[in-house]
Design a protein around this ligand. Structure first.
Ligand SMILES: [Zn+2]
Length: 145
């Protein structure tokens, strides 16, 4: 039974954990996830290095991006997030930050979510560094309540 798109109740931010020189997008991640045996890309939205927003999994389908916590949870992935040694690094581009802000504003409007419903993957799973930046601090500095 498909998830009612209006029932989305939170947003989780991710990084692709790829180096900044890797200019990938939805198509590549979809292939990785299908190779893992998933039905489709796990994220609903992907933000490329140049700031392009791409739709991944349709919003009326439950995503696959936080183990055990995917229901009613919108997944957004920023491309980048690790350095040349594959260590977590906040290396996202200005266009990515601009797209993230407009996308979050639109989604919060559409689903009537307060910004307290936006979290980083590492808030839900302390064992990951994803999305490689401090989401709480980002929200405080960039988004209206
Ligand atoms: Zn993640």
């Amino acid at each position: 039974m498909p998830t009612n798109p209006l029932s989305m109740q939170r947003i989780t931010l991710h990084s692709s954990a790829t180096q900044p020189s890797l200019d990938i997008g939805c198509a590549e991640i979809r292939q990785w996830h299908i190779n893992k045996g998933w039905r489709d890309i796990g994220y609903h939205w992907v933000i490329k290095r140049d700031g392009t927003l791409e739709q991944g999994r349709p919003m009326h389908q439950t995503g696959a991006h936080v183990k055990g916590q995917n229901r009613h949870n919108i997944g957004i992935c920023l491309i980048g997030g690790v350095n040349e040694h594959h260590h977590p690094e906040n290396n996202f581009t200005t266009p990515q930050w601009q797209t993230l802000k407009t996308t979050l504003t639109l989604l919060c409007d559409q689903y009537q979510l307060p910004k307290s419903k936006i979290q980083g993957h590492n808030t839900l799973n302390p064992n990951t560094a994803c999305p490689s930046f401090n989401v709480t601090k980002y929200l405080t500095l960039n988004l209206e309540p």
